[in-house]
Design a protein around this ligand. Structure first.
Ligand code: F6R
Length: 608
């Protein structure tokens, strides 16, 4: 979503803020802006379009000031125009505010402010908030912000400065992440640690309802009602290289190629080869508590929802615990049934997705035990679950999720084994899984070494306007994920289906212009999928099949095949998805799309 950066200290703020915004551009990139205090009042600059447009506007102009705030936007209220870009200023022009989130009662507040003589220049809820702070300002910015936020409903992460208090920056959080960076005599605000990692690794995570007041002597954290809070300072473990492209043309490609290591990191320390078991202390589930779990609900959005579907196949097959998968956005609004013994698993790369967080709150309010499979350390979901497992796949910057997906599936395999070994799975069977899991990183590497083959396939099919992805069993969610990847970054319409469903409707779409990508490793349903491929061929469809070595039957039927190494059936998604990720990447490149910043999308969706 939107990116927020703020700086207070002895250095010039503008270059630090612009660098921070560059690192956050993956979170939103339709407009941007910066506000600085330079001793002569407030200097606000904004521009529609990518951050480079703002950078060009600042070039060669006076951007002095040692305190400031900056924002990169993903539009919610109002089109991505310059007037709607943040920062927004209050009626008096003294106060500048940036905001991530949605003020739900903005219309009512706006009406009341208009009645009191306020005039607005944008369509945003953020400008309403800036005016409200301005109206309540009586010489104390901190108190004006606190008072305004007491009237606000909805989610926000904000940062505010005021021309009359040139040494103060106030930030606050409710729902949208805000961290405070602690440097040497300088302090930062950001919506994401990557914005400030270059300057400090020491961060304080604000919790909901908290405000941070930064000035040149230090910082304080308080609640809206003025209660002081002592917050721990945490250390970020990533280094700068993890958030840079490191020689790859795009973050997405870098992240696809990181998967041998990222999957290994997810599993590191958890596999017990001798006993065929796993050790996942983070789940905070004793054997006794785990045995009492009789139903599992997995909730997530997007790519994480696809990994959740794979989790269902794994858990039901191996642990024999009934498992449901719910879109987080549906779960929260449909009066879900949570009984004693229900475990709710929330899956989220960012740990900040508003819908998933709300579903988690819903589950907790109904008394469910919760665990999180989350990548970003210290994120909201990771701090609100009863237990969990960090994916440890490193920062994912590419907007289209890739390495998080394979790590989520690996993490779900660990959770599955934890339950399965307390239930029907023997030690010998457990050892078979542990052995197969430990081979996956090398097998992913084998696939990546043949990425050029996928590039050739992508060249052949890049002009298609539609694509169908088919898979069966545990590879049906892989078909969904492959289709999502293609849609997201190349804007080619693609659908994922369970292969046998095709004949119940989508088969009508098939003609000689329609590539049909079939995920068909040699598994328990292989024979069935061969029949489905024949049905496609009979209608002239062009099949690209993801198969195992020596699958002559499918090789004869398909227009093209890509071979993935063999593994246990339930683990195949970690391998079969890799060529599909590469395929969408190369198709997007070929079509001239902006792979890392696809249109209309943003990383980490922190609004409903
Ligand atoms: C797709 C993608 C999104 C996310 C979804 C959930 O490539 O990135 O579909 O998977 O927005 O995000 P997280 O996992 O951060 O909760």
């Amino acid at each position: 979503m939107c990116g927020i950066v703020g700086y207070v200290g002895p250095r010039q703020a503008a270059p630090i803020i612009m660098d921070g915004l560059r690192r956050l551009e993956y979170r939103g990139y339709d407009s941007s802006g910066i506000a600085l205090l330079n001793g002569h009042g407030l200097d606000v600059r904004k521009a529609a379009g990518k951050l480079s447009v703002l950078a060009d506007e600042l070039e060669g102009t006076d951007t002095s000031g040692t305190i400031g705030i900056g924002h990169t936007r993903w539009a919610t209220h109002g089109a991505p125009t310059t007037p709607n870009a943040h920062p927004h200023v209050d009626q008096s022009g003294r106060i500048a505010l940036i905001h991530n989130g949605i003020v739900e009662n903005a219309t009512a507040i706006r009406k009341a402010l208009i009645a009191r003589g306020h005039e607005f220049t944008s369509e945003t809820d953020t400008e309403v908030l800036a005016h409200l702070v301005g109206e309540l300002y009586e010489g104390n910015l901190e108190e004006a912000v606190a008072a305004a936020l007491r009237d606000v409903e909805g989610a926000y992460g904000i940062a505010v400065i005021c021309a009359e208090e040139p040494d103060t920056l106030v930030a606050a959080r409710n729902g949208s992440p805000i961290i405070l960076g602690v440097g040497e005599d300088e302090w930062f605000i950001a919506s994401d640690p990557s914005a400030i990692l270059e300057h400090t690794r020491s961060v304080v995570y604000l919790d909901n309802g908290e405000m941070a007041v930064l000035n040149r002597d230090g910082y304080r954290v308080r609640t809206l009602s003025k209660r002081h809070i002592d917050k721990p300072v945490n250390q970020i473990e990533w280094d700068l290289a993890t958030i840079e492209r490191g020689g790859f043309e795009h973050f997405m490609l870098k992240e696809i190629f990181e998967q041998p290591e990222s999957v290994e990191n997810t599993m590191r320390g958890h596999l017990l080869e001798e006993t065929g078991d796993v050790r996942v202390y983070g789940l905070k589930l004793s054997d006794e508590q785990a045995r009492r779990i009789n139903r599992i609900i997995i909730t997530a959005c997007g790519t994480s929802w696809h990994s959740a579907l794979i989790g269902k196949y794994m858990i039901e097959e191996l642990a024999r615990i009934p498992t449901e998968v719910e879109y987080a956005s549906e779960f929260r609004y449909r009066n879900p049934i949570v009984t004693e013994g229900t475990l709710v698993i929330a899956i989220s790369q960012s740990g900040e997705t508003a819908d998933t967080l709300a579903a988690l709150h819903e589950a907790k309010s109904r008394g469910a035990r919760t665990i999180g499979l989350v990548n970003v350390v210290g994120s909201t979901i990771s701090r609100e679950v009863d237990g969990g497992l960090y994916l440890r796949c490193g920062p994912e910057i590419g907007v289209a999720s890739t390495k998080a997906f394979t790590s989520q599936v690996a993490a779900l395999a660990l959770v599955t084994l934890r339950f399965a070994r307390l239930g029907p799975m023997t030690a010998a069977e457990g050892r078979r899984y542990i052995d197969a899991l430990s081979k996956l990183p090398a097998q992913i590497r084998e696939i990546l070494d043949r990425s050029a083959e996928v590039e050739v396939l992508a060249e052949r099919f890049a002009d298609a306007t539609n694509a169908l992805y088919l898979g069966r069993g545990v590879n049906f969610p892989v078909a969904l994920e492959g289709a999502l990847k293609l849609k997201e970054i190349s804007y080619v319409h693609a659908e994922g289906y369970p292969a046998a469903e095709m004949k119940h409707g989508p088969i009508a779409l098939i003609d000689e212009n329609m590539p049909v990508i079939v995920v068909a490793p040699r598994d328990a349903v292989h024979g069935k999928i061969v029949s489905n491929i024949q049905e496609v061929r009979a209608r002239g469809g062009k099949v690209i099949a993801i198969v195992n070595q020596g699958d002559d039957e499918i090789a004869r039927l398909a227009e093209a095949t890509f071979i993935v190494p063999e593994t246990l059936d339930l683990l195949t998604p970690i391998l079969t998805i890799i060529p599909l990720q590469l395929f969408s990447y190369y198709v997007a490149l070929r079509r001239g799309c902006n792979v890392d910043q696809p249109r209309n999308l943003a990383k980490s969706v922190t609004v409903e």
